[in-house]
Design a protein around this ligand. Structure first.
Ligand SMILES: Cc1ncc(COP(=O)(O)O)c(C=O)c1O
Length: 390
């Protein structure tokens, strides 16, 4: 029997359910639709149309053909991706893609994955679940959470199966410059390690922070790109994502074959959702509005966290998150105790930082920047009062 795995983002909800005497502030999950965001009308209508046009059948396991064409067009135009139809797999969210990738590639402790630290927590849980090992490279808080290339280089071993890059980043809100990505690609090439690039927030960037997709940089390095519709298209509960393999060397063809065989055994993603989303990329007018709100809310969260006793934070440049540092002492032994105490006293759910990595996630917590300012104000006032008392 395998052991249960941790996910600080959702495990904290179980603790929150025990609290009956307080208003709960769900500042833990990156779901915009829990606040004043909603699925664009054109997508809702496209889903209704798809259902009416008899889309209740199974699709091909790789995904709906029209959607795959739309993904290829988008990835060629945005990221200059060199891919064909057989390189793309549609998944039920990136989450399913992560299960496919690690189920296909990890069979023992000798199989190591090099993750950023802090890292989006399910990478840690899923790799552990399949019995693999995790090495991490440092995201440097002093440098606005940029990857530390020296630590990346040092963490590669002969067993490293993949280098994972998450850009724009969850949980830090950082967006990396192209020159930095280029250096990561050079290291991957030197050590002959494929890259997994998670680009789910690639439309959600503020202040024109520079962004480049990994496909445009990792020309000769085998790369698996993960993306999805949950965040930019405001449909996290519809469960739709995709992955593609860009690999002129053919070195990850075997992995692609195993992943596709797994996909055939789970049959397919939701056919109506795939049909509705095959038109998604041509309608992007809602994205500007999302970024306007996120920028304002990110700045507010940044200001408030830095004003509160014993907290400090780096301003987010993209995605939905900020990752404040907390000076842990006295009342708490660690960040988990801190988050549980905050939850029980203020009703705010923050996932604890060490769940995103024991070394560089420690003494931190993650907050979303999605709630409207008045909701954040109410919650952060409670947090401020709690920190003053303690
Ligand atoms: C970096 C990152 N990757 C993947 C996911 C999972 O997304 P999906 O809804 O596509 O499964 C998330 C969700 O928060 C995320 O932040």
């Amino acid at each position: 029997m395998r052991k249960p795995i941790e996910n600080p983002i959702r495990d904290m909800v179980i603790e929150a359910r025990k609290i009956k005497d307080k208003k709960i502030y769900p500042f833990n999950i990156g779901d915009p639709n829990k606040f004043d965001f909603d699925t664009p009308e054109f997508l809702k209508n496209a889903l209704i149309d798809a259902v009416k046009q008899k889309a209740g059948h199974y699709s091909d396991s790789e995904g709906d053909s029209e959607l795959i064409d739309a993904i290829i067009k988008r990835e060629r135009e945005k990221n200059d991706a060199h891919i064909a139809k057989e390189d793309v797999l549609v998944t039920q969210g990136i989450s399913e893609g992560l299960f496919f990738l690690f189920a296909s590639s990890i069979s023992s402790k000798k199989d190591e994955v090099l993750l950023p630290e802090p890292s989006y927590a399910p990478y840690i849980g899923i790799i552990k679940f399949f019995g693999g090992s995790i090495n991490t490279y440092k995201l440097d808080e002093e440098k606005e959470w940029e990857p530390d290339l020296d630590s990346l280089r040092k963490a590669i071993t002969k067993n490293t199966k993949f280098i994972v890059v998450i850009n724009p980043n969850n949980p830090t809100g950082a967006v990396y410059h192209k020159s930095l990505l280029k250096q990561i690609v050079d290291i991957a090439a030197e050590f002959k390690v494929p890259i997994i690039s998670d680009e789910i927030y690639d439309e959600l960037i503020f202040d024109n922070a520079f962004y480049a997709g990994m496909a445009s940089i990792a020309r000769d390095v085998p790369t698996i790109i993960l993306n999805g519709f949950s965040k930019s298209y405001l449909i996290p509960g519809w469960r739709l994502g995709y992955m593609y393999f860009q690999d002129p060397t053919g070195k990850i063809n075997n992995l692609k074959a195993v992943v596709n065989s797994l996909a055939r055994n789970r049959l397919c993603a939701s056919t109506p959702v795939m049909k509705a989303c095959s038109k998604a990329f041509s309608e992007r007018s809602h994205i500007q509005e999302i970024n306007k709100k996120l920028k304002e809310r990110g700045e507010y969260a940044f200001k408030r966290f830095n004003e509160i006793n014993r907290l400090s934070a780096v301003k987010p440049k993209g995605a939905f998150y900020i990752f404040p540092k907390v000076d842990i002492k006295g009342r708490w032994n660690n960040d988990k105790e801190f988050c549980l105490d905050v939850l029980r006293n203020t009703g705010i759910i923050f996932p604890y930082g060490s769940g995103f990595g024991q070394r560089y996630g420690k003494n931190h917590f993650r907050s979303i920047i999605l709630p409207p300012i008045d909701v954040m104000e109410e919650a952060f006032n409670k947090l401020e009062g709690f920190m003053k008392k303690n």
